[in-house]
Design a protein around this ligand. Sequence first.
Ligand SMILES: C=C(O[C@@H]1C=C(C(=O)O)C=C[C@H]1O)C(=O)O
Length: 249
Amino acid sequence: MNMPTPLLKTAQLADMAALRDAIDAIDGELARLIAQRSGLARAIAAAKQAEGETGFGWRPAREIEILRKLLARQPDLDPSLAAAVWRALISANLAAQGGLDIVTTLEAAPWARLAFGAASETRILSAAEALVAAKQGARTIACLPWPDAGTGWWVDLLDASLSGVHVCAASPQIAQSGVPEALLLAHRAPEASGKDTTLLAGPCDVLTAYGGLEITRQGPYSLVQLSSFFDQDATLAAGVRLVGCFALV
Ligand SMILES: C=C(O[C@@H]1C=C(C(=O)O)C=C[C@H]1O)C(=O)O
């Protein structure tokens, strides 16, 4: 039986109103939960300060664990949507913990924005300047492009003046290919998330002993990746530098 058009419209409008009411109810719950989550993050920030932490409260390993847990608990949740929403929540919390100083190149800027949103200040620098800024700034994170033949910033890390600066995370956090677009570096030790990739740089002939996958080369040096976590205190062969570790979902 064909329903007269005006009636059909009324029924559809009633359905739509009910659906919108349901969305409003969910939005109310989400808003309440987001405010509650932000309050808990503020309490954690206060606890970090009480423990004497003077730098920023960035915990990339904890952040990736949150995303992994979420996707495991809610398999029908779109991973990219979940990553975008939680990046927004987490970067707002980081900004509230005192703000971050994000330095990046023009090429890597979209990946810095994806990771930290607009809540923190972002400065565009050369890769070399960004690494120096990361070394000097207690709240600075450098977002630099994934190294390839044309991207040699990782060689700078072999210089003692940049000691202590490490890759600590990647952007985006979800990369089907296992290769992110950019790496996030700071003057701090990398943290293990349970499933991490380590980057080592050094003389090509010395690095072959580590059996990793070579990402790129620059003169006598190569950059390799290994599917395990290396502590910053790990003993490495002479000339080999722990570039850092990153984790993907
Ligand atoms: C709240 C914390 O601080 C930051 C904010 C996080 C969040 O909003 O969940 C997670 C890790 C940290 O980068 C924390 O360390 O747990």
